[in-house]
Write a protein that binds this ligand. Structure first.
Ligand code: GTP
Ligand code: MN
Ligand code: MN
Length: 609
């Protein structure tokens, strides 16, 4: 064997045999110019952000407006997660199930090894040790991302606990486990070649090997494809870990609701992308005396505590939020968080005085540089910010951050909400009869495609537990795991499950009838009043739904008719819904747990079909 000498390779700050041999193996395959072991320090942040500014990738924002913050624009073809290029490479195809792309792991590794060969030529290979969730957790959920992207390293500074603060956990013992996560933008540089501001490759692979707890990503520099601690580790790989170890890894926000009597409730909620998790997580209640604090806006890991209750932690340390539509009215706490600086803005518009702007933000300027780095004025036909443009900002800056956000024990969850975007059929809020019925609600969760996405507008897509693109194994087994979680537990200690819909329209289909945003606290209040036995509900065919009288609507600006429309349980609409659920269950076929079929039959009976 040729012992390659790559500068930095031997300067590992930790003694962990498996880690060192993996790093050496990757360096020998990808042949970078040098290896840098990341420490997570302020100096490292400054060195790398300066380098990104010099390369033209980053533009430093005005210190007085967004201190220590940067604007960047990606390659126009590299703007979002690429679900068609995302693979679950379990050994058996059956274990990936009908909702995932699958390829044989050996075949995938052979293909990707050739792509990785020499792919870091002319670049620096960074080794980023990180921990998802609190560093003091038992066991700590460690990972190491190898990447050739400085953008990824500085984003990992914000989104994860990383660097020296987690190395101690690696050195505790030789067999401390970690998830190896390999990433390359796939753009080697020849000597003297000018780098592009956003290197990436036309060929993209986002690949998971669930049995090995291994991630390989190639060709993209963008968020969910490249920050491998997020969707790849904390949802796809973690969901497989969770199945094996008896916990849940979910696409959920975590919020803390405080009543006027100072009673505290923790709520987790799963909505598909762009359906309002970040908004609800930072809600400003409109009912006097009620307060909300935030623990997470995208991912929740939940496991049983010693008292038999389900405890949640947020594995992340930052918010990677959709920028367009975020403003002082819809999400003032997100605006306050980013104002404190230390943030990265990707694919939003840049103002002439070095600040950021996006659609629906207050104070639209007369001139901007848009996300394609072109001049933009209000009469331009195109949007100034890409619809999936994002802010990346530290959670610690959120003014309503719950102090216990970093507690390794997590917080006990009282209620789980599922929700999506539906013009019809789904009432504002609906309480499950029991855990299994709640799992059925999650398993049949649906949302409408918006005009921005490909496909027929308004078309209903099933998005089970808002996890469709994130379940790292067979969807039928995933439902069974949810059912089992309820069986293992004392039912009285399990969270109650609710199905919510902020997006119901009036009969004309034009107007969303529920005011939403801060007013959603009225639904949260009804839910905790239910938990306390202090609120009534109507028993309907689909679950327990409040009447307008049973909600606190004092001071709400909406007509009685609109509220009633938002709460309506329409049996004709449900008769149209049943075949859609049936069709979805048929695509899962024999992998579907019989309990889910039973729930569907029971629903049919109650509806009178
Ligand atoms: P990811 O971060 O991609 O997982 O998505 P998310 O669930 O965090 O979505 P986000 O909060 O960014 O969704 C924002 C979209 O939902 C915007 O179009 C908002 O206007 C809309 N939205 C959020 N809350 C409400 C609400 O209560 N009512 C209505 N009508 N729209 C809402
Ligand atoms: Mn979000
Ligand atoms: Mn998400």
């Amino acid at each position: 064997m040729t012992a390659l000498t790559i500068p930095g390779l031997d300067q590992a700050p930790v003694n962990h045999e498996r880690l060192l041999s993996w790093v050496r193996e990757v360096a020998e395959l990808t042949t970078p110019e040098q290896v840098v072991w990341c420490d997570g320090s302020q100096q490292e942040w400054e060195r790398l952000t300066n380098r990104l500014v010099e390369a033209g990738t980053f533009k430093r924002l005005d210190e007085s407006k967004k201190p220590e913050s940067f604007w960047t624009a990606s390659d126009p073809t590299d703007v979002a997660r690429v679900e068609e290029r995302t693979f679950i490479c379990s050994r058996e195809k059956k274990d990936a199930g009908v909702t995932n792309n699958w390829m044989d792991p050996d075949q995938m590794k052979a293909t990707m090894t050739e792509l990785y060969r020499g792919c870091m030529r002319g670049r620096t290979m960074y080794v980023v040790p990180f921990c998802m969730g609190p560093v003091e957790a038992e066991p700590p959920r460690l990972g190491v991302e190898i990447t050739d992207s400085e953008y990824v390293v500085v984003s990992m500074h914000i989104m994860t606990r990383m660097g020296d603060r987690v190395l101690e956990r690696f050195s505790e013992s030789e067999d401390v486990e970690f998830v190896p996560a390999l990433h390359s933008v796939g753009a080697p540089l020849e000597p003297g070649q000018q780098d592009s501001t956003w290197p990436c490759n036309e060929i993209k692979y986002i690949t998971h090997f669930p049995e090995e707890r291994l991630i390989w990503s190639f060709g993209s520099g963008y968020g969910g494809n490249a920050l491998l601690g997020k969707k790849c580790y904390s949802l796809r790989i973690a969901s497989a870990m969770a199945r094996d170890e008896g916990w849940l890894a979910e696409h959920m926000l975590i919020l803390k609701l405080i009543s006027p009597e100072n009673k505290v409730y923790y709520v987790a909620a799963a909505f598909p992308s762009a359906c309002g998790k970040t908004n609800l997580a930072m809600l400003e209640p409109t009912i006097p005396g009620w307060r909300v604090e935030t623990l997470g806006d995208d991912i929740a890991w939940m496991r049983f505590g010693e008292d038999g209750r389900l405890y949640a932690v947020n594995p992340e340390a930052g918010f990677f939020g959709v920028a367009p539509g975020t403003n002082w009215k819809t999400n003032p706490n997100a605006m306050r968080t980013i104002e404190r600086g230390n943030s990265i803005f990707t694919n939003v518009a840049l103002t002439d005085d070095d600040d950021v702007w996006w659609e629906e933000m207050e104070g639209q300027p007369e001139h901007l540089t848009d996300w394609k780095r072109q001049d933009w004025t209000p009469d331009s036909d195109e949007k100034a910010a890409h619809p999936n443009s994002r802010y990346c900002t530290p959670m610690s800056q959120c003014p309503i951050l719950a102090p216990e956000w970093d507690d390794p024990q997590g917080v006990p969850i009282s209620a789980i909400l599922f929700g999506g975007r539906r013009k019809t059929t789904i009432p504002l809020v609906n309480e499950a009869f029991d855990w299994q019925h709640g799992v059925f609600m999650g398993a049949t969760l649906s949302s409408e495609k918006t005009a921005a996405a490909a496909g027929k507008v308004g078309e209903v897509r099933r998005d089970p537990m808002a996890m469709l693109p994130f379940i790292g194994y067979n969807v039928g087994d995933y439902f069974q795991h949810w059912v089992n979680m309820g069986k293992e537990a004392d039912a009285s200690k399990m969270p109650s499950i609710y199905y919510v819909n902020w997006f119901r329209r009036d009969p004309s289909g034009k107007k969303i009838v529920w005011p939403g945003f801060g007013e959603n606290c009225r639904v949260l209040k009804w839910i905790v009043d239910r938990l306390e036995g202090n609120a009534a509900a109507e028993e309907t065919a689909i679950g327990r739904v409040p009447t307008a009288e049973q909600l606190d609507l004092s001071g709400l600006e909406a007509t009685r008719e609109e509220i009633e429309q938002s709460l309506e349980v329409s049996l004709p609409e449900w008769r149209e819904e049943l075949p859609l659920i049936e069709e979805w269950f048929d695509t899962i076929g024999e992998d579907l747990p019989t309990s889910m079929r039973d729930e569907l039959e029971a629903l049919k009976q109650r509806i009178g079909e």
